[in-house]
Ligand binder design. Structure first.
Ligand SMILES: C[S@@+](CC[C@H](N)C(=O)[O-])C[C@H]1O[C@@H](n2cnc3c(N)ncnc32)[C@H](O)[C@@H]1O
Length: 261
């Protein structure tokens, strides 16, 4: 709870729309940025809050999201998840589609890591059976994920065995162009109903739910579980261990869960 009623209105709005619970200190920083934006539009802060509460423009929404989200990510973060993913895909029947979803993918390092983990396991002619979906609410982060261009120092995050699947060009590192058609990057707000029926062999939802209220977190985990194929894996962030497993989910390693067959 914030003592400042304007900050509280913003905190309520952010929690209602995006599921994110803002800490008081964070709310003050976010409100300062919104204050500046209101002033540039010739509005006072209260008028701008009303604009946001009424929905605002795409730009207003994107600006607000950029203020409240944390986009920190790296390639192959928590490598044990990629080891589990590799083992899981190796055990799948050959000749059937492999689907992986990175929900809360930020600037894309996570879905690209998943893609470059799975692709080598499929023969060239079977590669188009693979599809990796990366989703997020942050439009600016998604634009980077889609572009797939990263500074050269990102190479340090990529294990030697996977570097073959990246190219260096114009001072950037990027996933190999042959892999690009296997990636879909889309906007998706996790607290809204998922706009597709697909089921996945693996879902990464890491370091995203920690910003949500516990009931919201549980609801998202339950809905993600329903999107796993039987035997499919759900990977959460290092501090997101589930203490109450939803029906149909069992532990399968460190912050890794399996949908019961
Ligand atoms: C810290 S990043 C995690 C990136 C990556 N999963 C990882 O672990 O490295 C958290 C991401 O969650 C996204 N996010 C926050 N609330 C969201 C929501 N309601 N729906 C979808 N994505 C959300 C943010 O935009 C941000 O990019």
């Amino acid at each position: 709870m914030s003592a400042d009623p304007a900050e509280q209105r913003i905190a309520d709005l952010v929690s209602r729309r995006f599921g994110i619970i803002m800490r008081a200190r964070h709310a003050a920083t976010v409100c300062a940025a919104l204050h500046d934006r209101a002033a540039r539009r010739g509005q006072n802060f209260r008028q701008y809050i009303e604009v946001l509460e009424a929905g605002g423009s795409h730009e207003d929404k994107d600006h607000l999201i950029a203020q409240v989200t944390t986009n920190v990510t790296v390639f192959y973060r928590e490598p044990h998840h990629f080891d589990s993913l590799r083992r899981h895909v190796m055990d799948l029947p050959k000749d059937r589609a492999v689907r992986c979803w990175s929900a809360g993918c930020s600037t894309g390092e996570e879905p690209w890591s998943a893609l470059t983990t799975i692709a080598p396991l499929l023969s060239e002619e079977k590669r188009d059976l693979l599809l990796v979906l990366g989703t997020d609410i942050d439009a600016a982060a998604l634009a980077k994920a889609r572009a797939g261009l990263y500074p050269l120092k990102a190479l340090d995050e990529i294990p030697l065995s996977s570097r073959l699947y990246f190219e260096v060009s114009g001072g950037n590192v990027m996933p190999h162009r042959k892999l690009r058609p296997l990636m879909r990057i889309r906007t998706l707000n996790l607290i809204e109903p998922f706009p597709f029926e697909a089921q996945f062999d693996a879902i990464f939802c890491r370091n995203t739910l920690i910003y949500f209220a516990p009931d919201q977190r549980q609801d998202v985990v339950r809905r993600l579980t329903a999107r796993l194929r039987p035997g499919g894996l759900l990977m959460l962030g290092h501090s997101e261990t589930l203490h109450h497993l939803p029906d149909g989910l069992e532990p399968a390693g460190l912050t890794t869960y399996r949908r019961v067959e």
